[in-house]
Write a protein that binds this ligand. Structure first.
Ligand SMILES: *Cc1c(COP(=O)(O)O)cnc(C)c1O
Length: 399
C-alpha cells in the first residue's frame, strides 16, 4: 500500500498506566532499580525498556519520537527541546574539524547563522548554494564534504528541493542528506525520497498551538543511537532535552495534524490563487507559476496539499509594515514570527526571521524588502478572509 504518513501515526496506539486513552506522563527525572547490575546495563544502553535519567530518555519522549518516526517513515527518532536543538547536534555529530557542508542558501535564519558564524569556530566550513541548481550543488562538493543540507520547502522563499536528485548526489559522493521538513509535514516525506535524516521544528505546524518550542531528528536506529550515546552523542551531551509534559502535549496535538494541514493548505491555496489573479506578486508552491510546482507535485503526498505558507511582495518595507499593522488591527492575523498557528501569522522576513542574512546576500537570493511571509491560519470562511484582506490592501494602496 502507498505510504501515508497520517495513517501511520493513526495506527500507533499507547495506553496509560491505568488504562487511560493517552499514555501516562513520566513525571520523574530519575528512576530506581532493583538491581545494581541493571542500572549499569541501562547506562550503557543494554537494558531495553529501562529508564535511568530523563535527559537520556523518558517514556513520554519515546512515544512522541515513535509517532514522528512513523510520520516520516524512518526507523526511529529523537525529540529535543527546540528545532535548533535537533538540527545543531545532527550537524555536529556528522562533522569533525576539517569537514565541509554544502547547504542551501535559503534556510532558516538560525540554521544559517549556526553554519555561517558558529561551526567555523570548530573548523567546519559551509558553502551556501542555490539548492535548485543541481550542477552548482555538485560543483560545491569537495573531498572534505560530509553533509548536504536543505529544507524541503525553504524559509522564507518557498524554494523546493529536489530531494530524489539530491539524494542521488549524496550517494554518489558518500554524503549524508539532511532535510529540514518543518514547512511541509505530511505533504512531503523526505526519507521516502532518499533523505538520510529528517529534522523538524515541532514549534510550528506539528504542535500547531504556538505554546511551546520543540524539535525532532528522524533517522536510522544507528544514527539516533549515535546522537544519544552517553560518551560522544551530540544530543545527549549538548543537553537540549524535551520535557516529558511537553512531549505528551505535542503528541496529543499531533493527532489532529492531518486535519489541520488540509485546512492550512486549502486556505493558503485559495488566497494564493486570488491574490495572484489580483496582480500581486505571489509565491505559493501550489500555483502553476511557481518554478517548482511540478516538482512539488511529483514529491507530495497529495491529500495534504501544498502547505500553509505563502509570500506576497508588496513593493517596499514601509508598505509591508503598513499592511501588516492594518491586517492585525482588523483581526485577520498577528504580526508575529513563527508558523503553523490556527490564526494567520505574518512578518517581513528581511527584517525579522532572516535578518541574520546580510542585506547583499538577501538581495542576491531574491529576498526583497517588501516581502511578507504568511502562515495561513485555519479560518472557517476563507472567502470572507480574502475579502477583508483585499480591503486592507486597497486601503494601503498595494492593490
Ligand atoms: C523555526 C524553524 C527552525 C528552528 O526551530 P526552533 O523550534 O525555533 O528552534 C528550524 N527550521 C525551520 C524551517 C524553522 O521554521
Amino acid at each position: 500500500m502507498k505510504f501515508n504518513p497520517a495513517d501511520n501515526i493513526q495506527d500507533l496506539q499507547y495506553f496509560g498506566e491505568f488504562g487511560g486513552v493517552n499514555p501516562s506522563i513520566s513525571d520523574s527525572s530519575t528512576y530506581t532499580f532493583l538491581s545494581a547490575k541493571t542500572m549499569f546495563d541501562t547506562f550503557e544502553g543494554n537494558a531495553d525498556g529501562c529508564y535511568l535519567y530523563s535527559r537520556h530518555s523518558t517514556p513520554s519522549n519515546l512515544y512522541l519520537g515513535e509517532a514522528l518516526a512513523a510520520m516520516e517513515g524512518t526507523e526511529t527518532a529523537n525529540v529535543s527541546a527546540s528545532g535548533m536543538g535537533a538540527i545543531t547536534p545532527v550537524l555536529l555529530q556528522l562533522c569533525n574539524a576539517g569537514d565541509h557542508i554544502v547547504s542551501s542558501r535559503t534556510i532558516y535564519g538560525g540554521t544559517y547563522a549556526f553554519l555561517k558564524n558558529f561551526t567555523p569556530k570548530l573548523g567546519i566550513e559551509t558553502s551556501f548554494v542555490d539548492i535548485t541548481k543541481l550542477d552548482i550543488v555538485e560543483k560545491a562538493i569537495t573531498k572534505n564534504t560530509k553533509v548536504l543540507y536543505c529544507e524541503s520547502v525553504s524559509n522564507p522563499l518557498l524554494e523546493v528541493a529536489d530531494i530524489k536528485s539530491l539524494s542521488a548526489l549524496a550517494k554518489k559522493y558518500n554524503l549524508k542528506l539532511v532535510v529540514d521538513n518543518t514547512f511541509s509535514p505530511l505533504s512531503i516525506s523526505p526519507a521516502k525520497l532518499g533523505a538520510d535524516i529528517v529534522c523538524h521544528s515541532l514549534t510550528k505546524f506539528i504542535n500547531g498551538s504556538s505554546d511551546t518550542v520543540g524539535g525532532v531528528v528522524c533517522g536510522t536506529q544507528e544514527f539516533i543511537d549515535d546522537l544519544r550515546n552517553v560518551n560522544d552523542g551530540a544530543s545527549m551531551l549538548l543537553g537540549s532535552t524535551m520535557d516529558s509534559l511537553r512531549a505528551a502535549s505535542v503528541l496529543k496535538n499531533m493527532r489532529t495534524l492531518h486535519i489541520r494541514m488540509k485546512q492550512h493548505s486549502y486556505n493558503a491555496a485559495y488566497l494564493a490563487d486570488k491574490f495572484q489573479a489580483d496582480g500581486l506578486k505571489t509565491v505559493y508552491p501550489g500555483l502553476k507559476s511557481h518554478p517548482s510546482h511540478i516538482l512539488f507535485k511529483e514529491m507530495m503526498n497529495e491529500a495534504y496539499g501544498f502547505g500553509g505558507m505563502l509570500t506576497l511582495d508588496v513593493g517596499s518595507l514601509e508598505k509591508a509594515n503598513e499592511l501588516m499593522e492594518l491586517m492585525q488591527h482588523k483581526n485577520l492575523g498577528y504580526l508575529a514570527v513563527s508558523l503553523g498557528f490556527y490564526k494567520t501569522l505574518f512578518s517581513a522576513p528581511g527584517s525579522s526571521t532572516s535578518s541574520e542574512i546580510p542585506e547583499d546576500e538577501q538581495k542576491e537570493m531574491g529576498l526583497s524588502d517588501g516581502l511578507i511571509r504568511f502562515s495561513i491560519g485555519l479560518d472557517n470562511n476563507i472567502e470572507r478572509t480574502y475579502q477583508m484582506m483585499k480591503a486592507c490592501m486597497l486601503q494601503v494602496g498595494v492593490l
